[in-house]
Design a protein around this ligand. Sequence first.
Ligand code: 6GU
Length: 248
Amino acid sequence: MRIDIITIFPEYFAPLELSLIGKARASGLLDIRLHDLRSWTHDRHNTVDDTPFGGGPGMVMKPEPWGAALDDVAGRGPDERPPRLVLPTPSGRPFTQAAADRLAGEPRLVFACGRYEGIDSRVAADAALRMPVEELSVGDYVLNGGESAVLVMVEAVTRLLPGVLGNADSAAQDSFAPGAMHNLVEGPVYTKPRVWRDQEVPPVLLSGDHGAVDRWRRDEALRKTVRTRPDLAERLAAEGDLDRRDRE
Ligand code: 6GU
């Protein structure tokens, strides 16, 4: 997969050189390219923002540098498919595991990181004439810019690519595995020692009874989901994925 990120803070993405994503890049599995938006400005101050038409607080990102950047970065050869353009914004549709799965199936993604009060709205409308465009939000809170949201999205998407996770982690991609966020949140987990600061590991985990362990894990995942994500538990109940005993 190829990912292009356009930003006024390329340094923000240094973490993408670490750990599994860094290894996937080094091995050629992942091609992540960073672009400084200011290299598409022509004035002495490399201006990327201006005051909003209609008044109001803050600044809006100017369309010209964005238009030129997207022409260069998201342009395509004569018989190539254009990339999918992702615009991180708190006003976008929610970025969910399902959205991550969908984006992981794309050969090319371009992320355009807005700052200030956002990017002049004509940029998305113009890009949409040539490529699929979607606005995505990582949650109901306000960030200073799209950069940290793009770090989140890139990590959630790239860990789904074949070969990016080690074998031990591949099972986590099973849509019914706890932690995959397709149905339940993950319950408690334990490792050695068996007793730590007077706390014992639940005995069922030491029983060797794999069926009992599976049932216990599902029960604990359900209890945790009801406690921390009543919204998820409600939806599962409505979809008939929980039987009555599970909900009690
Ligand atoms: Cl994608 N961008 C910004 N600036 N704030 C956010 C967000 C994105 N998602 C939630 N808050």
